[in-house]
Ligand binder design. Structure first.
Ligand code: NAD
Ligand code: MLT
Length: 530
């Protein structure tokens, strides 16, 4: 099999590149001009970027082979995630890798502002000495207002407590428990926070709602002498309003790691000595970059190989420890999905998935996605993947329902039953479970109880329940040199219909299959490839 190909369009740590090289063909094109990227992208399965490149509709249209965009960092506002999802392209980032670094940089700006640090430094280095002009403030007993108490906001909160600050936060999207966990006072409105805080730091993503969240009106509500920091994203604080606030003296200091336009070489804001600026270096530490580089390489390798990508932003989020428990179920569901069109020809209309027992405690969305992926891969082209399986099912008019039953079905700690109705009104059912050994098993098919570990190659035989059929099937297996790993038989009513499922070591040819079909008591014989 040929190796997948990845284009690394912005610098990532060498450890990440090394990892990529072990598994993929890697092209390093740091700082590639946009035109060149557009010209080349059709050739790649993976693309790695930081924040300099835009992955928009224009690029995605040309990226006909692309399976995954790896964002080496956190913010994904430079990626059209909706368009990527529509095209089945995974978007993955490294949300946890640089949070501590970004938090520490925000705190550096807070301290630098309160202590006039950078001005004092340049003043002395340019041959001057004075102390009075650098009168600052203590942080002790002051109130820090945090807008956005997510990963970075919470890290800032816990650290700034050690300075003896009172911490308040505004974040309408998180639970009361999160405020309690970080011992942060919740502000119901942004206005309340603006009026109370001595220092305000923002840690929200850049969205339609947060662009310009701090403007002229908001600054007018703040305390005189307020100190502001933005190490999240440019445009969250309106720079014109910041300029006016600094000019009037309302704002005592401003720290910016992120800017309206990046890169940027000059700004009216730079005329103020109480403004500290850094060129978007929140994540620029050895530790963060190593972690970001390795993590994004791992995600991209998985994405290109068609495995589950834990950090995919366009898939339901699954925590790593939960993913470990869910993995055998995800794999089983994909295999169960693959069975339908290999055994039936009518298009699927409705799918009703019933979860029994312990499995109901998990978020099962990923299981449904895996089932749909397996199902639709058989009839659509190979562009169906975890990302667009749900959307493809919707477009094909397949409706999905789920039921969760806390009680255990028979002795299964968890059981998943899939009931399919097709366009001809026929019903088809499948049930599966995961054993204590973490192996997925098919335990029921069309009402027949079985115990089959789905394997790559299988033979499915439906026959009359009469003596001798098993022997006849066995004879053909021998004559055709088919090596059988396991064989399962099942029936509902004695003397009526029965099934046989054989796990075999290699693909069964059409000629061999015809021989099974020609047996007198065989009603149907089908090969299955998973
Ligand atoms: P996160 O998703 O963990 O947290 C963001 C928080 O903002 C969430 O709790 C969310 O509920 C809240 N939020 C969203 N809209 C809001 C609104 N209108 N008002 C108040 N709160 C709102 O994100 P994170 O990992 O903490 O990152 C925060 C920001 O930092 C992002 O913009 C990210 O891109 C940026 N970042 C910058 C650097 C850097 O180098 N400067 C590095 C990493 C992250
Ligand atoms: C991020 O979102 O991770 C940061 O802004 C840092 C970066 O883009 O590298």
């Amino acid at each position: 099999m040929t190796k997948g190909k990845v284009l690394v369009a912005e610098r990532i740590d060498d450890a990440g590149i090394e990892l990529l090289r072990k598994e993929l063909e890697v092209d390093l094109c740091f700082d590639i001009p946009r035109d060149e990227l557009l010209e080349k992208i059709h050739d790649y399965d993976g693309l790695i970027i930081r924040s300099d490149n835009k992955v928009d509709k224009e690029l995605l249209e040309k990226a006909t082979k692309l399976k995954i965009v790896g964002r080496a960092g956190n913010g994904i506002d430079n990626i059209d995630v909706a368009e990527a999802t529509r095209r089945g392209v995974i978007v993955a980032n490294t949300p946890d890798s640089n949070s501590i670094s970004a938090c520490e940089l925000a705190i550096t700006h807070i301290l630098a502002g309160a202590k006039n640090f950078t001005y004092a430094d340049s003043y002395l280095k340019s041959g001057n000495w004075d102390r009075d002009i650098f009168m600052g403030n203590e942080l002790y007993n002051k109130t820090l207002g945090i807008i956005g108490l997510g990963r970075i906001g919470a890290l800032v909160a816990t650290r700034m407590k050690s300075f003896g600050m009172k911490i308040i936060a505004y974040d309408p999207y998180i639970s009361e428990e999160r405020f309690e966990r970080y011992d942060v006072e919740r502000k119901e409105t942004l206005e309340e926070l603006l009026k109370e805080a001595d220092i305000i730091t923002i840690h929200t993503p850049r969205t339609k709602e947060t662009i310009g969240i701090i403007g002229k009106k908001e600054i007018s509500l703040m305390k005189d002498g307020v100190r502001l920091v933005n190490a999240a994203r440019g445009k969250l604080m309106d720079e014109e309003a910041l300029y006016e606030g600094l000019k009037s003296g309302k704002i005592a200091s401003l720290g910016l790691d992120v800017h309206e336009k990046e890169p940027r070489y000059e700004s009216p804001l730079y005329e103020f000595k109480n403004v500290t600026v850094t060129p978007h270096i929140g994540a620029t530490t050895v530790e963060a970059q190593q972690d970001v580089g390795v993590t994004i390489a791992e995600q991209v390798i998985k994405g290109i190989k068609g495995e589950i990508v834990p950090n995919a932003v366009n898939l339901p989020g699954i925590a790593t420890d939960e993913l470990k428990k869910m993995k055998p179920y995800i794999e089983l569901m994909e295999k169960l999905g693959k069975l339908y069109y290999q055994l039936n020809s009518y298009p699927v209309k409705n799918v009703n998935i019933v979860y029994w027992g312990d499995i109901v405690k998990f978020d099962t969305e990923m299981l449904e996605i895996a089932f749909l992926k397996g199902l639709l891969e058989q009839v659509n082209n190979d562009r169906v993947n975890y990302i667009n399986a749900k959307m493809t099912a919707e477009q094909s008019g397949i409706s999905i329902r789920r039921q969760k039953m806390k009680e255990h079905y028979n002795n299964y700690s968890s059981l998943i039953t899939i009931k399919i109705t097709n366009n001809a009104g026929e019903k088809f059912t499948l049930s599966g479970t995961v054993s204590n050994k973490q192996e997925g098993k098919l335990v029921e098919i069309e009402g027949y109880e079985v115990d089959v570990k789905p394997s790559e190659y299988m033979l499915f035989v439906k026959n009359k329940d009469v003596p001798g059929v098993i022997g006849q099937v066995g004879t053909i297996v021998g004559q055709e040199n088919i090596n059988v790993a396991t064989m399962q038989v099942g029936r509902k009513v004695k003397g009526e219909m029965a099934i046989m499922i054989l796990n075999v070591d290699s693909e069964i040819s059409k000629e061999s299959l015809d021989k099974f079909k020609q047996l007198e008591n065989v009603i149907e014989a089908k090969t299955i490839i998973l």
